[in-house]
Design a protein around this ligand. Structure first.
Ligand SMILES: [Zn+2]
Length: 148
C-alpha cells in the first residue's frame, strides 16, 4: 500500500522582513490532494481545478503566516489580511445585531444572536491560519554554510 505520493505542496519561502529564503512544504489533507494532482495522479485530478486553486491559495496564505525560521516574524501584509477578515466579521456582527433589533424589536434579538454567531464563525475562520501556519508549514533544514 506504499503510494510514495507527495503529501505536501512545495514552495519557495522568502521572508519579507529579513529576506531569508528557504524551501518549504505545506501539509494538510487538501494540500496532499493538490500535490498528487500536480504529480499527475488521475484519481486526485478528478477533484478538479477548483480544489487545486483553493489548496494553492490556502497554502500560500499559510506560508505567509508562518513565522520566519530566521527572524521569527510574519508577513505584516498577511497579518493585516487576517485582521481585515476578523474586522469584517465584527462589522457584520454589529450590523446583524442592529438590523435584528431595528427590524424585529425585542423578538429581533434571536435574529441578532444568529447573525452574531455567524460573524463569530467567520472571525474564527479568518484567525485559524494563525495557529495552523506553524504546524502546517515545514521549512527545509537551512544549508550548513556557516557553522558557528
Ligand atoms: Zn525573516
Amino acid at each position: 500500500m506504499a503510494d510514495g505520493g507527495a503529501r505536501e505542496l512545495r514552495f519557495r519561502y522568502r521572508c519579507v522582513r529579513c529576506g531569508f529564503e528557504i524551501d518549504a512544504g505545506v501539509g494538510g489533507a487538501r494540500m496532499a490532494l493538490a500535490a498528487r494532482m500536480l504529480e499527475g495522479d488521475g484519481l486526485a485530478a478528478l477533484a478538479g481545478g477548483a480544489t487545486l486553486a483553493r489548496a494553492m491559495g490556502e497554502a500560500t496564505h499559510l506560508l505567509r503566516l508562518a513565522p520566519c525560521p530566521r527572524c521569527g516574524r510574519r508577513s505584516r501584509r498577511a497579518l493585516a489580511a487576517v485582521a481585515g477578515g476578523v474586522a469584517g466579521a465584527l462589522v457584520l456582527a454589529g450590523g446583524g445585531v442592529v438590523a435584528g433589533v431595528v427590524v424585529g424589536g425585542l423578538p429581533g434579538w434571536g435574529l441578532a444572536a444568529v447573525g452574531a454567531l455567524a460573524a463569530l464563525f467567520v472571525a474564527l475562520r479568518a484567525l485559524a491560519p494563525l495557529w495552523r501556519a506553524p504546524r502546517s508549514v515545514v521549512f527545509d533544514a537551512p544549508p550548513q554554510s556557516s557553522p558557528s
